[in-house]
Design a protein around this ligand. Structure first.
Ligand code: PEP
Ligand code: MG
Length: 568
């Protein structure tokens, strides 16, 4: 089953079943407003205006009342719980395809009129905030870029989502939906959309270039996430082969489940900490289920994304962080301060977006964004400190590079504590950590270790910034190389320096969950890995089979090699 994309810039999210009538009414109001506007334009046409113009406006008025458009839109809202914009663009695509198939050229050309009418309705709705947008960010989702999604109406077949692009916030929304796989035209393997998709533990292919144009509604598609391959309309032999692979995968999962309660020790007795990366507090359920030793990375920015008009206040954040802390039952939770920017923009309605930035990955992102807005940052720091009263919390700061940023961050943290003291509000102790994800940070480790209790290596960004490869750009995805000797050198030095100083160090980028990298990281002295819960057991299996002592000299050889990947 296919989810195609169109170019309309619309929100798409599921609405509450109790609010379908309200959503239909919102569309009706927009349609009536557009209808009135067209009527007014038609009335005010100059006397000498060509007759065709008035006739065209008649066509537009007719299309606005088109029964197939109206009933189809109602179906998507009532039966599928799509928001109004999503329902409208979905139905538009269906009718547009029928126009494409028409023999009569005049009728075929009416597709452009339908498109204009739909655009007008969407344009009107954009200026009017949706009263039915869910309030909580977990449920709300607005699309900051140009795409919308279409679903087939056959509910009994597994659904696959194929789109030009999906924002990370929208991907998060799909956690609650029924897709069993997805593919996008754009994006790199460590783009945040891909990361969130991976956390859903479903097959995904990103950067498939023109997939959304080539694949058609109702096509059968195989998504081979391991090979990065999409197969459209597979032959029975291929289908049977993939059916077999699927069953093998299921058996492997069941086998791995037996490791949940096994301690993560190497053959020579080194204890390894396997932590979870989460996006929302509810994700702790999955983390506990697979026996995670704690949360190594809570990407708090997902609480800030996909909202309309306002950032989460201190109380809302405090409750979310507290929920995560309590969800881990006494195990540590590492909350990273907000990492907005680059491929994780806020919703455009908040007014702080990437719009106009030449190069967002190098722009106002993460700690830079936080330090540019001290009241916002202080609100988050107070919320995290308060949550720390309910269990062990580590506070992790993303994308630091400068000593001045470190000092500003620490003094804001002191200020946040002082404010809570003054108000007599309870808070707890936190261990302080910095992410090493800019080469400048990896090259000034002593500075970082002077101020921080632990370091966490964000390999996704460290690779991006070391190799000057935008991690979200499929055009250069082939150059995004986790095994580049320069990248490995920075990782190795960071681990070695922390180990020498007795400070904690972990890797929380995608590399930590990649089983082909586990042995190398162990050999470099890493004993703490943070990854999606779905990857923990497979990495544990690697740990159980590894002899850390033997891996050390081998890792040194890999480091010294011109082609490290060939030795893995
Ligand atoms: C990283 O950069 O490796 C990381 C873990 O942070 P994010 O993927 O959220 O940028
Ligand atoms: Mg990062």
């Amino acid at each position: 089953m296919l989810v195609a994309s169109s170019r309309a810039d619309v929100a798409h999210y599921f609405i509450d079943a109790a609010r379908t009538a309200e959503e239909i009414q919102r569309l009706r109001v927009a349609r009536d407003a557009v209808s009135e506007e067209i009527t007014r334009v038609q009335r005010d046409l100059p006397k000498d205006a060509p007759h065709e113009l008035s006739a065209l406006l008649d066509v537009h008025l007719m299309l606005l009342q088109d029964e197939q458009l109206i009933s189809g839109v109602k179906h998507w809202i009532n039966d599928r719980l799509y928001n109004a914009e999503w329902a409208l663009t979905t139905q538009y695509e269906i009718i547009a395809r029928q126009f494409d198939d028409m023999e009569d050229e005049y009728l075929r050309e009416r597709k452009a009129d339908l498109e204009q009418v739909v655009e007008r309705i969407l344009g009107y709705m954009k200026g009017v905030a949706s009263p039915v947008l869910p309030a909580a960010p977990a449920a709300a989702s607005r699309q900051p870029r140009a795409q919308d999604l279409l679903l087939d109406d056959t509910m009994d077949v597994p659904l696959v989502l194929v789109a030009h692009d999906i924002s990370p916030a929208d991907m998060l929304q799909f956690k609650q939906s029924l897709f069993v796989g997805f593919a996008t035209d754009v994006g790199g393997k460590t783009s945040h959309t891909a990361i969130v998709a991976r956390s859903l533990d479903i097959p995904a292919v990103v950067g498939a270039r023109s997939a959304s144009q080539l694949i058609e509604q109702d096509d059968w598609v195989i998504i081979d996430g391991d090979a990065g391959v999409l197969i459209v309309d597979p032959s029975p032999i291929i289908l049977a082969e993939y059916g077999f692979k699927q069953r093998q995968g299921e058996l492997e999962r069941q086998r791995l489940n037996r490791l949940i309660h096994t301690a993560a020790l190497t053959l020579d007795g080194h204890k390894v900490e396997l932590l979870a990366n989460i996006e929302m507090p509810e994700d702790t359920v999955g983390a506990v289920k697979v026996g995670a030793a704690g949360v190594g990375l809570f990407r708090s920015e997902f609480l800030f994304m996909g909202r309309t008009g306002r950032l989460p206040d201190e109380q809302e954040q405090y409750l979310a962080y507290r929920k995560a802390v309590e969800g881990m039952n006494g195990l540590p939770v590492t909350i990273r301060t907000v990492d907005i920017g680059s491929d994780k923009p806020l919703d455009r309605l908040v007014g702080k977006t990437q719009d106009g930035q030449l190069n967002p990955a190098l722009g106002l992102r993460a700690i830079r964004w936080s330090l540019a807005d001290p009241p916002m940052f202080l609100t988050q720091l107070r919320a995290i400190l308060r949550a720390a009263a309910h269990g062990p919390v580590n506070l992790l700061v993303p994308m630091l590079a400068h000593g001045s940023e470190i000092r500003q961050t620490l003094s804001l943290l002191d200020f946040a504590r002082a404010t809570l003291d003054n108000k007599g509000i309870a808070y707890g102790p936190v261990q302080l950590g910095a992410m090493i994800e800019i080469p400048a940070a990896a090259l000034t480790l002593k500075l970082f270790l002077k101020y921080f209790d632990f370091l966490s290596i964000g390999t996704n960004d460290l690779i991006q910034y070391t190799l000057a490869i935008d991690r979200a750009d499929e055009a250069v995805a082939h150059l995004y190389d986790p095994c580049h000797p320069a990248v490995l050198r920075l990782i190795a030095d960071t681990i070695a320096e922390c180990n020498a100083q007795g400070k904690g160090v972990s890797v929380c980028g995608e590399m930590a969950g990649d089983v082909t990298m586990t042995r190398l990281l162990l050999g470099l002295g890493l004993r703490s890995f943070s990854m999606h819960p779905s990857q923990i057991l497979a990495v544990k299996q690697q740990v159980l089979r590894a002899d850390a002592g033997k891996l050390t000299p081998w890792a040194a050889q890999v480091l010294a090699s011109e082609e490290p990947a060939a030795l893995l």
